[in-house]
Structure formats: structure tokens, C-alpha cells
Design a protein around this ligand. Sequence first.
Ligand code: PMP
Length: 401
Amino acid sequence: MTDRTSISQRAIAVAPSATLAITNKAAQLRAEGKPVIGFGAGEPDFPTPAAIVEAAVVAARNPSSHRYSPAAGLPALRDAVATKTMRDSSYDVRPDQVVITNGGKQAVYLACQVLLDPGDEVLLPAPYWVTYPEAVALAGGVTVPIMTDESTNFTVTVEQLDAAVTDRTKMLIFVSPSNPTGAVYTKEQIADVAGWAAARGIWVMTDEIYEHLVYGDAVFHSMPTVAPEIADRCVVVNGVAKTYAMTGWRVGWLIGPIEAAKGATRIQSHLSSNVNNIAQAAALEAVTGSLDAAHEMRLAFDRRRRTMVSMLQSIDGVTCQDPQGAFYAFPNLTGLLGRPLRGKVADTTLDLAAILLDEVNVAIVPGEAFGAPGYARLSFALADDDLVEGLGRIVDLVASR
Ligand code: PMP
């Protein structure tokens, strides 16, 4: 019999976003007057470039923005995303393969809704972004995490995929550059993974939201360009949030085979109708305009990245690989566990994050949130002074014992 006393099991099973929770906690403590430095947020600290904001102002004054618009997105924006995808990824797609969504996050959700039936297994290299397993679960899918570590620079190997695949495997989730590890797969690695999936008819959802944020020798490659054989089983997720400092505008998109795009549009038509027209106008300006502002921001992130990694590496008990993309460092903190820190002992990185917040007002996201206890994610998308101050507090805390 139906249990009328409780909300649905599906809703009960969803874990709240750990990264948003840390960001909110830091904001709350700050509002209480505590000098909190937050390494939690996955968002640029820059304002959205002025020309993009201006396009939104113009759109807000245009009465056609005040009405419903097509569920799959404004035709001009779908066209522009197809053109932009050719420009940045050399991937030739038609506008009717593009569906505009409320952020990349909704594109992830829709991709899972469109591709998964209950019980379908999804291969998910770990450490993983917190939203993926929840989006899989909401579609009735079963996440099969595959642990990676420093020995492969946090990239998954074909041998690991072979060991995890079953006859229920429907999809692989792939992200490069990666949140949370900053790993960037080489062209050869992408070809291997895509070839492996294509040979087995397994779908790939490839998340390219950090495409413009790569550092040093790392180069971004789009999976369906490197391996065209995967294109008819591939859904690309992308958006304007990270490249153009537009996290609050909520515009992303998915690109897939036509049936997948149509399925996503049908679901979206009942879920949210269209994405806010004013935000879509802003996104249109972003994807058709120059990448100069994005390149400027990338230079700042790169500078902060180098400062962060060297400060983390200077701490006894911490090791940290160079993140090659995105804006996160993912240090191994196991050397700090089980030893006194101002009289307190952290047995897990969850404990450690709590101690850092209590003792030195520094917010980090413990690795547990990403399926990787022993590590933590620190965003370097914050002002240089704050970054140095916050890391300095961790250095001092560990030195003081
Ligand atoms: N994919 C990845 C890997 C991300 O890190 C994020 C943001 N944290 C997103 C997608 C979604 O971004 P948004 O919904 O803001 O477009």
C-alpha cells in the first residue's frame, strides 16, 4: 500500500549538493561576521563581461522576450551554439541537435532522463562531480563508480572500463577538463575511451563545460571530434557558466543525435518550458562574441593555480598534483589525518574540513563528496589575496599542531 505519511523515496534518496552546502555555510558564517575564506564555490569571481550584460538589458526591453519561446531554445541561440561548436571543437552539428537548458546542470539531468531506463548501469570515473550520481539515480539508473588516483593523473583506463562493464551498462560519463580533479585527458586517451565505448555501443555523456580553461601544455579535445565513431551515441554537455563568468544566468545546452535532442525537448517542454529569454540573449552575445575576456580570466586562474599548488605542496602531509584544467586543486590530505591540529584530530577529510572551518574559518570541500575520501577540492577561482590568506591559514594551522 502507498505510504501516505512520507514524501517519495526518490526525493528522500537525493543527497543535497555538498559543494553548494559548503558555499552556503561559508556565506552564513560570513554574514555572522566571521572572516571566512571559501574554497568551495565552483564559480569565477569576475563579473560577467559588460557586452553580455548589455545584450541582456536590450533583450529585457524587447517585448518579444516577455513571452514564452520554443522549448528547445531560441532558434538564433541554437544556430549560434552549432557555429560555436564548430569554432571551438571542430564538431559539425546541426542546430536541431542542440537543446538550450537551464545551465549545464539541467543538460546533465536531461541526458540521464533521455538515455536511461530503470536498472541501467552508468560507468562513472571517480573522483566525480557531485551531481552526476544524483542525476543518474533520478533517472532510475545505477552508478558504477570506477576509482582513479594520482598514478594515472586521475584518468580512467580502458582496462578499468573493461573490468566494470556488464551487459547492463548503458552509458559512460566523461569529463575533461575534470571537476573535481582538474585532469585533462590527452587526445590519445580520449580516442581510447571513445573507441572502447563505440565498439560496445555504450553511450557517452561528455561534459565539456571547462573547455576553455586549460593550462600549461594541456590541450582540450572534444570527444566526438577525436573519435567520430562515437557521435551517434554521444551527448555533449556545455554552457556559458564557466567560460564567461555567467554561473548565475543559468544557460547551458546539450548536443546529441536528433532523437536524443527531441526527447530532451519533450521533457523540457513539461519541466520548464523555455530557458529565460533574457539569459538566452546574454548567452547568444557570449557565444558569438570574442573570447578575449575568457582568455584574460584564464590567465588569472592560471596564476592562482600556481600559487595554490605551491602553497599546498609546502605543507608537510599534503601532496598535490598540478591541475591541468578547470579551476580546482585536488590535494591528497591523508598525511594530515590522525594527527593533532590545535588539539583536535581528524580521522577523515570530512572531520578535517570541519576543523578548518571551526579553527581558521576556511571552507574546503572534503573528498567524500566526490567519492574520494582522503582528498579535498579547493577552488582557485577566488581573489588572489583571499587565496593566499586562506591557504596561509591552513599552513599555519598545520605548522602549529
Ligand atoms: N559540469 C561540471 C563538470 C560542472 O562543474 C558544472 C558546475 N559546477 C556544471 C556542469 C554545471 O554548470 P551550470 O549548471 O552552472 O551551467
